[in-house]
Design a protein around this ligand. Structure first.
Ligand SMILES: Nc1ncnc2c1ncn2[C@@H]1O[C@H](COP(=O)(O)OP(=O)(O)OP(=O)(O)O)[C@@H](O)[C@H]1O
Length: 510
């Protein structure tokens, strides 16, 4: 098979009902390029890549490889042409082994001893690209980073010359992200090319050699990375610079809203994952939880919101003990939760946008009375979330599954923040959001705090935590290594605490 020296998309147009997702888009990528594809939520990046991977047919425009036109009617055609795509949510069968997953749909295995052949090929590619995985492990036993390696191996073994990756680091720890970049560097040395969709400007700067920016379906800029800075990229994307600092009202924290005392929680496997944690979040306060994900943050939040049993200790909300009470009881006490896996747990994909905007509250006053829903009020409420949180959607009647990933996030955040809860628990609220939307959400968290709310913010983004929090608790292996005042602490110290170093005398510990 001839390798991809140069791939061109020319004059691509694609519309969905009421939305022009791609308007006359041109894109060129050559062998050895890592092209960053940047743009606001809903700009049309995923649509363009889905066209290249044969998932959508364009309304107009063509794709050429090495000057020859390609007709991509399905992913099978794209794979045959040497194009592979790795989605944000992996497409692996959890109960099967790595080897079985890679072999599935692999057309070139010999009739005799196909397993032996596949194993040899996997080992060969693992070595060549630094993609270490155990072929006999079941997918559910692997970390997100390892699962991603399986996806990359699968694509490379199917002769993918050009690999499209949709926000590949959003599920990775910082260390895993560095390992992924090493793999990508090895790939381009071997003559592959990569298109990387990302909202992380630092990432684009550090790994890509070229960048293309989209806005409202159109290409608004392209550059060589060596010619641009992070500030230039933000400006190309949203037409202005982003805030480096955020204004907060000068208020002292009020009475405690959330009190966690000596709390211990087990993981899904029944092992201790939250170990004897004590902390308080008060009115007019944002308490951040820093840490590499997987150190118990998710389980802590689940225990506080009634989604997981606590083994020991207590949780109190506004002075009332709620340990191991149901999620509904806790929610009714004025706690809103923006979950980590919000697209899966925060919306119902087939329900329309306006129905999702009142989810969990649709049968309550004021949205419902005597079992009847007040549609005009619900529509007004939805319009206001759309306007305030800049949700880009054709209408409030479209099913939520038709929105871009980032716009679904904005809808959920808008819904949870707009109802002014006494405690807002937000887990990684700016994941997958473009820089402009992330800035807006941070301002909204601060405004919830200034209005008297308590906010518990779980994030891996240290810069974000420093920008918005009043105090930061650092979590490592289920324990709090220390609680610090960001105005009186160095970002590197928090980095060290995240890796397990505790600082005697620095802030509060438990
Ligand atoms: N299957 C679909 N049906 C209807 N509209 C769609 C469909 N897929 C995408 N859209 C719309 O097309 C536009 C572009 O969406 P797309 O997912 O390509 O954006 P994106 O740049 O990848 O955004 P994000 O950064 O939020 O993932 C959005 O307005 C979206 O609502």
């Amino acid at each position: 098979m001839k390798r991809i020296e140069k791939l061109e998309m020319k004059g691509i147009c694609k519309s969905f009902v009421g939305v022009r997702a791609n308007r006359n888009v041109d894109l060129t990528i050559e062998k050895g390029d890592i092209l960053g594809l940047l743009g606001e939520n809903g700009a049309g990046k995923t649509t363009l890549m889905n066209i290249l991977y044969g998932l959508y047919m364009p309304d107009e425009g063509q794709v050429h490889v090495n000057g020859q036109p390609l007709h991509l009617k399905s992913p099978k055609d794209s794979m045959k042409a040497g194009i592979g795509m790795i989605h944000q949510h992996f497409m692996l069968i959890q109960k099967h082994t790595v080897l079985e997953n890679i072999a599935l749909g692999y057309a070139d295995a010999p009739f005799f001893f196909p397993q032996k052949y596949m194993r040899k090929r996997i080992e060969e590619y693992s070595r060549k690209f630094g993609l270490e995985v155990d072929p006999d492990k079941k997918i559910w036993e692997l970390s997100a980073g390892e699962q991603q390696r399986v996806e990359i191996l699968k694509a490379l073994l199917r002769n993918a010359d050009l690999l499209i990756m949709d926000e590949p680091t959003s599920v990775l720890t910082p260390l895993e992200a560095d390992e992924l970049f090493e793999i990508l560097r090895k790939m381009i040395k071997e003559g592959h090319s990569v298109i990387l969709i990302s909202h992380k400007l630092e990432e684009i700067i550090s790994i890509c050699n070229r960048v293309m920016v989209m806005r409202k379906g159109e290409v608004t800029g392209a550059a060589e990375i060596k010619d641009v800075t992070k500030v230039d990229l933000a400006r190309m994307m949203i037409g202005r610079e982003i805030s480096a600092s955020y204004e907060k009202a000068d208020i002292r924290p009020g009475e405690p809203v959330l009190e966690i005392s000596s709390l211990s929680v087990n993981s899904d496997q029944g092992l201790p994952i939250v170990k004897n944690i004590t902390m308080t979040v008060s009115r007019n306060e944002i308490l951040g939880i820093a840490g590499v994900s997987g150190n118990g943050q998710r389980e802590l939040v689940e225990a506080v919101t009634g989604l997981r049993r606590s083994e020991e200790g207590t949780v109190s909300l506004q002075g009332r003990e709620v340990t191991n009470k149901s999620a509904r009881t806790i929610h009714n006490l004025g706690i809103n939760h923006v979950p980590e896996e919000r697209i899966k747990f925060g919306t119902v994909a087939n329900l329309q946008l306006f129905e999702n905007s009142v989810l969990k509250k649709h049968h309550e006053k004021p949205f419902s009375k005597n079992m009847l829903m007040n549609y005009p009020l619900i529509k007004n409420h939805t319009d206001s979330i759309i306007e305030k949180f800049h949700v880009d959607a054709a209408s409030i009647n479209v099913p939520v599954k038709n929105l871009s990933g980032g716009n679904i996030q904005k809808l959920i955040l808008g819904r949870e923040i707009a109802s002014e809860p006494s405690l807002l628990i937000a887990a990684h609220p700016t994941y997958g959001l473009d820089v402009g939307a992330a800035e807006y959400i941070r301002k909204e968290l601060i405004s919830a705090r200034d209005r008297g709310g308590a906010v518990l913010l779980v994030s891996e983004d240290l810069e974000e935590l420093f920008q918005v929090c009043d105090r930061i608790a650092v979590m490592f292996e289920g324990k709090i290594m220390g609680i610090v005042d960001p105005s009186n602490c160095d970002i590197d110290e928090i980095g060290l605490m995240m890796a397990g170093t505790s600082f005697e005398g620095k802030g509060e510990t438990n």
